[in-house]
Design a protein around this ligand. Structure first.
Ligand code: ADE
Length: 448
């Protein structure tokens, strides 16, 4: 059986480990719910003997999640879920100080990204964890023998063995966890098409995840990324937020909190109405383009800001994305309208000089700006998301063989535990229902 060891890794520089360890421990001090789960996992070993491949943003917060899985007895391989989100010092410390086989290098090219996906496959996992569904989708293509549709690195790995052997590897997976909205959308499409090969738990759909992480985490860290990269003042500026899902709501809220005039663009009538009643100006992107100072996409969709929008923007407009994939800004179209290749005018900021004489600044190369230009969501909110991940993993393993190949929600008990523990860690206590109230809430006889 393939065992992960620290000899197996691909990180930028192991000498960065001391700084990474400090960051991991700093984050850990603000992740009390996860720490409690880690203590129990260390005693009870609910993940004993399971091989796990986790494809996540390699950050200090993720380090504390994989430490928890390891404490529970899992043999973990960690790979990057995004080429630009890895914290290289954290990756080094995971290998050196925590004995986690880690494959992640900030700025890795697509070939290396898929070489790391192969490392996750070679581990022959029993359980996987994804942020964006790239790992599961590679497995599904292989299971379907659609080797022409996978990256050449994955194809070469699959072709090294007979078809029955690759099916055996995929059949060993008893379940998978998914962290983000975009991943869940892809996984539901797989379920609809009948190609999902194992059960998946949608951690993203847990209230203890999206209500807090997507809204307050993305809200704060997106603005953090923009400010760290540009040092711009948002007060008095016009910020255009495309998409009013949980992430968009958080971004709009925080931009308004800093004094910006916020415009929301949407395609969904309910969300547009919600944005309007939350007090934001709502209009099509074509109308917002000439008045916006900062544009932020958080839709999860493709080509949201296109040529016709870039051409209408003011000189000096700043554009970035906080949706999962780097497809929301049509950067090839922007490049085609530019006089020359973009120049990096500050860390994480590229200037495009357009043929119409105006300049557009793209932050974080169109990738998740909160992870490319800042540190992602703060530990305190990842505490809830990753506590939910750890407990969903335990549930998945306990129920191995009993679940169907579909997307499941996180069990209510898990959500209840995470919320209660988080409140306790914040020193917040609640009222309790009285006997009369319980009776009233569970009956139907009492009315007018
Ligand atoms: N996604 C957003 N922020 C994150 C973080 N800090 N760690 C891992 N995944 C994240």
């Amino acid at each position: 059986m393939p065992q992960a060891t620290k000899q197996q890794h691909d990180v930028k520089d192991l000498s960065l480990a001391p700084q990474g360890k400090k960051r991991i421990l700093w984050a850990d001090s603000d992740m009390p719910v996860l720490a409690r789960i880690r203590e129990r996992f260390a005693r009870e070993k609910p993940l004993a003997g399971k091989r796990m491949s986790c494809c996540l943003h390699v950050t200090a917060e993720t380090a504390n999640l994989v430490r928890t899985l390891q404490a529970g007895g899992a043999d973990v391989v960690l790979i990057a879920s995004n080429p630009l989100s890895t914290q290289d010092d954290v990756a080094a410390s995971l290998v050196k100080d925590f004995n986690i086989a880690t494959f992640a290098i900030r700025g890795e090219d697509t070939d290396t990204y898929y070489k790391h996906i192969v490392a996750a496959l070679e581990h022959e996992p029993n359980v996987t964890m994804d942020d964006g569904a790239d790992l599961v989708s590679a497995m599904v293509f292989v299971a379907l023998e659609r080797l022409d549709d996978v990256h050449p690195q994955v194809r070469a790995w699959a072709q090294k063995m007979p078809p029955a052997e690759r099916q055996r590897i995929i059949n060993q997976v008893v379940g998978s966890m998914e962290e983000t909205t975009t991943g869940v959308t892809r996984l539901r499409a797989m379920e609809r098409d009948g190609v999902l090969k194992f059960p998946v738990i949608s951690v993203n759909d847990a209230t203890t995840k999206h209500f807090f992480d997507n809204r307050y985490g993305t809200g704060q860290s997106t603005i953090d990324g923009i400010i760290r990269a540009t040092n711009t003042l948002l007060a008095g500026r016009t910020v255009v937020v495309s998409g009013y899902g949980w992430c968009g709501k958080g971004v709009a809220l925080r931009a308004r909190g800093l004094g910006a005039r916020v415009i929301v663009t949407e395609v969904d009538p309910i969300r547009a109405l919600e944005a309007a009643m939350d007090g934001f100006h709502v209009c099509p992107l074509a109308e917002a383009a000439p008045v916006g100072d900062v544009f932020i996409t958080v839709t999860g969709n493709h080509s949201v800001i296109r040529r016709e929008h870039f051409l209408r923007m003011k000189d000096g407009a700043m554009v970035c994305n906080s949706g999962h994939f780097d497809v929301e800004l049509d950067l090839p179209a922007l490049r085609a309208e530019a006089e020359a290749d973009p120049t990096e005018v500050r860390n994480h900021v590229h200037e495009y000089k357009l043929k119409n004489g105006r300049r557009i600044f793209v932050i974080g190369e169109g990738r998740l700006v909160n992870l490319a230009a800042a540190e992602g969501h703060p530990p305190s909110v990842m505490d809830m998301s990753f506590a939910t991940q750890a407990l969903a993993t335990e549930f998945c393993i306990k129920n191995a063989g009993k679940l169907k190949n579909q997307v499941y929600n996180v069990p209510n008990e898990v959500e209840h535990y995470v919320a209660s523990e988080k409140l306790a860690s914040m020193g917040i206590t609640l009222d309790e229902l009285t006997v009369t109230q319980k009776k009233y809430m569970s009956g139907w006889e009492q009315g007018t």
